[in-house]
Design a protein around this ligand. Structure first.
Ligand code: NDP
Length: 459
């Protein structure tokens, strides 16, 4: 049987674009790709990239305080202009989008700027009704923000909307305590917005190392965010003067805008999966094996739609591995066990790789090398902000099981720590590395004695 394409990719985000480019450009496959929105997907258009730009914009207040602490008494930032920032942001995203398109075209990928769905195991149907056949189909449609099902929540924004606001709200409520709520609370407070964050738990960033979570929780409050723990909205009412939110502790409050950052769902609906035997989990995640192959041999899926590790670089690696395996005769899978990540808070970020202290204890005995200190740079300027470095070590093998950094540029540091930890480095090898002085990162190679030792939790 002949097909129109060797590969048809549905979704032009990080995972889909990488798979299409490698399959066509490096392995010579005939590839088509459909994208209903803008090329680049969540990461480039409404996620990581504009978010990081906003983080940079929001640092001005901290920088002003620091400059004053370093002998510039007149250092002043003035007011932030969302209008100026927004124009620059939009231009940058357009530039990146064009780079993505050019990369696909250079590789020979045919791009269809419309929605596509599966008509059967080898056929896709575009929104204009055109049908095309492909030997292989890759679903890379990502995820979509989820709300929590309370009355009036249609009045609230999701993170996609935040980048498109015409003006900044004066007073905002962010719901959630995960990556997105914490990062946007940091950003909006830094831009001068009166920011309230409501989270149902007792410390933000569940899933991260507890000691780091406690420091992050404290920092959010110290950055002028009104962090309200142990509460969740129960209803939203829109009126002439804004949105009134009722909470489950019987309190109410009024905001100009509300944003839910309460997780993301795999974006698998409306994809025509009912026309196939592709299996999904109850939350819509497409079930795949280690080769990213679904229950239908000709259909593969990568990225957030599979709900494995929902991070851009993971989707890219999955897309690349898929293309190499299926079209390049270079079979390879993705190791999801050690993936570093960072939460971009301010002034201290949280970087994490490997097991948390809590996870390590469940696995067996663990030595904890941990230090909390005031970094030289901000301490001199009069800040009380605490930084944390932590290594978790298996006392039997001396292997470093996890590393957690809460401090300035922790995202940069954890990227580098992930290399030796991924290679299975021992604590002795960390210790044998001569420090770079004076840096904060040198603490990673100078912690000689464990600060505590856990014997592990039996069973
Ligand atoms: P997260 O899963 O990180 O956080 C969701 C938050 O919403 C949690 O605090 C959760 O509480 C809360 N929540 C969930 N359901 C409810 C509910 N019914 N009522 C009240 N609260 C609720 O999701 P995000 O939306 O923040 O981010 C989505 C994903 O995007 C992340 O998991 C990550 O994979 C990715 N991302 C990565 C970034 C990075 O790498 N820097 C940045 C931004 C996003 P609880 O903890 O109690 O369950």
């Amino acid at each position: 049987m002949t097909f129109d394409y060797d590969l048809f990719v549905i979704g032009g985000g990080s995972g889909g674009v990488r798979a299409a480019r490698i399959a066509a450009g490096e392995h010579g496959a005939k590839v088509g790709l459909a994208e209903e929105s803008r090329l680049g997907g969540t990461c480039v258009i409404r996620g990581c990239v504009p978010k990081k730009l906003m983080i940079f914009a929001s640092q001005a207040g901290n920088m002003q305080a620091e400059m004053q602490g370093y002998g510039w008494p007149d250092a002043k930032t003035g007011d932030f202009s969302w209008e100026i920032y927004r124009e620059k942001q939009d231009a940058e995203l357009t530039r990146l989008e064009l780079i993505y398109r050019a990369g696909l075209e250079r590789a020979g990928v045919e791009v269809h700027d419309q929605r596509a769905k599966l008509a059967d195991h080898h056929t896709v149907e575009l929104a204009d009704g055109t049908r095309m056949t492909a030997k292989h189909i890759l679903i890379a449609t990502g995820g979509r923000p989820a709300k929590i099902g309370v009355p009036g929540e249609e009045h609230a924004m999701i993170s996609d909307d935040l980048f498109l606001m015409d003006k900044l709200p004066k007073r905002v409520l962010l719901v959630g305590g995960g990556f997105i709520a914490c990062e946007f609370a940091t950003i909006l407070a830094g831009l001068g917005v009166d920011t309230v964050q409501a989270y149902r738990g007792d410390a933000v960033l569940r899933g991260f190392d507890r000691e780091a979570r406690d420091l992050a929780t404290l920092q959010l409050s110290h950055q002028g965010i009104d962090l309200r723990l142990g509460i969740t909205p129960t209803r939203l009412d829109k009126g002439a003067d804004g949105i009134t939110v009722s909470f489950d502790d019987d309190s109410t409050d009024r905001f100009d805008a509300v944003m839910f950052a309460t997780g993301r769902d795999p974006y698998s609906w409306g994809l025509g999966l009912e026309n196939t035997q592709v299996k999904t989990q109850p939350n819509g995640a497409i079930i795949v094996d280690e080769w990213s192959q679904t229950s239908v041999p000709s259909v593969y899926a990568v990225g957030d739609v599979t709900n494995r590790v929902n991070l851009t670089p993971v989707a890219i690696r999955e897309g690349h591995s898929f293309a190499d395996t299926v079209f390049g005769n270079k079979p390879r899978t993705v190791d999801h066990s050690i993936v570093a990540s960072a939460v971009y808070l301010r002034p201290h970020e949280l970087g994490s790789v490997g097991l948390t202290e809590e996870e390590a204890v469940l696995r067996g005995p663990v030595d904890v090398y941990s230090t909390v200190f005031r970094p030289m740079r901000s301490m001199f300027a009069g800040s009380d902000a605490r930084m944390m470095m932590k290594l978790l070590v298996d006392p039997k093998t001396d292997k470093v099981l996890g590393c957690h950094i809460f401090g300035p540029e922790a995202g940069e540091m954890i990227q580098l720590s992930a290399i030796p930890i991924g290679m299975g480095a021992t604590k002795a090898q960390f210790d044998a590395t001569i420090a770079v002085h004076p840096t904060a990162a040198e603490e990673l190679v100078t912690m000689r004695q464990p600060s505590r030792r856990h014997h592990g939790v039996p069973g």
